[in-house]
Design a protein around this ligand. Structure first.
Ligand code: TXD
Length: 319
């Protein structure tokens, strides 16, 4: 069987970490693409030199030429500008929209059969724009945010409950950012709903509410600490989990920004929902029952995404 090819568009903090993880996990050969000359080549060389120590033999190439992504099986897009302290995800909109245009055209021309995972912020708008610019089928273009948001939620809950994070399974919906919707009804520890754990005295409703707030601001908390950029280890790990679900046809149910066609009452928008990811990309949108409160919160999130799309259309007349 031929080796798989993983193309990473953007060789910054997340791109470099993605390449490292993909090599360590033996996902396939790797192309690191960036517009900055030297950076992808330098990172590719450095990463290649991990091979003899780690025992991996992936071919890792740095490039400034889209022709090098030809035939990629998976493309993970982190190209753009990351948040600086005081900057909202939406401030990034204008700059990153132009980047998505260039990336979408590069993908369409060189790797139209790839499964594309977008990570660039503001996520729910950028994944939509990338799909529009690339013209790929909707099931092959997906956004990564929910896996990260639920990982943050799970980490905080495991800490609070004093249990292994391995047993915590959390569920988030909606847009990435302040409007994300953590759904407690579907968040469990070894199958035990969080609400039952509160009743059993593992924590209090107030503390869990505080954790939900912290999860929503999880990205900003790290930006404020780092001061020079945003989170990258957990975002890269989350992107790789989605790539593996596709490459190995795992049919995992993961929260992802997916194109909706009426599910949850939402039409023609990319919004974070649980989806089945397998060899056909996004194979199914999982439509769970929601409480009125969760429905209301989801609507707030959807309205925020819609506003961003209006802004995108204002900036780029072709959208
Ligand atoms: O959950 C999520 N979706 C996210 C998203 C979690 C964390 C960070 N998230 C966003 O990912 C963040 O707000 C940024 O928009 C992206 C990438 O974050 P990263 O930390 O990797 O940013 P860097 O280190 O600045 O890297 C961006 C790279 C950098 O090397 C630029 O030179 C390159 O993108 N870049 C481009 N590459 C290709 N093509 C074009 N046009 C281009 N423009 C810049």
């Amino acid at each position: 069987m031929a080796r798989k090819k993983i193309a990473l568009i953007g060789a910054g903090n997340i791109g470099g970490t993605l390449a490292h993880l993909a090599a360590l996990k033996g996902l396939g050969d790797i192309v690191l693409f960036d517009v900055v000359e030297g950076v992808p080549q330098g990172k590719a060389l450095d990463l290649s030199q991990c091979g003899p120590v780690e025992g991996f033999d992936a071919n890792i190439k740095g490039s400034n030429d889209y022709a090098d992504i030809a035939g990629a099986d998976v493309i993970i897009v982190t190209a753009g500008v990351a948040r600086k302290p005081g900057m909202s995800r939406d401030d990034l909109l204008g700059i990153n929209l132009k980047v998505m245009k260039a990336v979408g055209e590069g993908i369409a021309a060189n790797a139209p059969d790839a499964f594309v995972i977008c990570i660039t912020n503001p996520l729910d708008a950028m994944v939509w724009a990338l799909r529009e610019f690339s013209g790929l089928p909707h099931n092959k273009v997906v956004g990564m945010a929910g896996v990260l948001d639920s990982a943050r939620f799970s980490h905080f809950l495991a800490d609070e409950f004093g249990v292994s994070v391995k047993d915590v399974n959390t569920f988030v919906l909606g847009g990435h950012g302040d409007t994300m919707v953590p759904v407690l009804e579907y968040s469990t520890v070894s199958g035990i709903p969080v609400s039952d754990l509160i009743e059993m005295g593992f924590s209090t409703k107030e503390k869990v509410d505080e954790i939900i707030k912290r999860t929503r601001g999880g990205g900003g908390e790290i930006v404020a600490l780092l001061k020079t950029g945003s989170a990258y280890y957990a975002p890269a790990t989350s992107g790789i989990a989605m790539a593996e679900a596709y490459l190995y046809d795992q049919k995992r149910i993961l929260p992802a920004a997916a194109h909706l066609t009426g599910q949850y009452g939402i039409d023609d928008l990319y919004v974070g929902v649980p989806v089945v990811i397998g060899a056909n990309g996004v194979e199914k949108v999982v439509e769970v029952k929601l409480s009125d409160e969760a429905k209301g919160n989801l609507q707030v999130s959807v309205d925020a995404v819609k506003e961003l799309l209006v802004a995108c259309k204002g900036i780029d007349g072709t959208l």
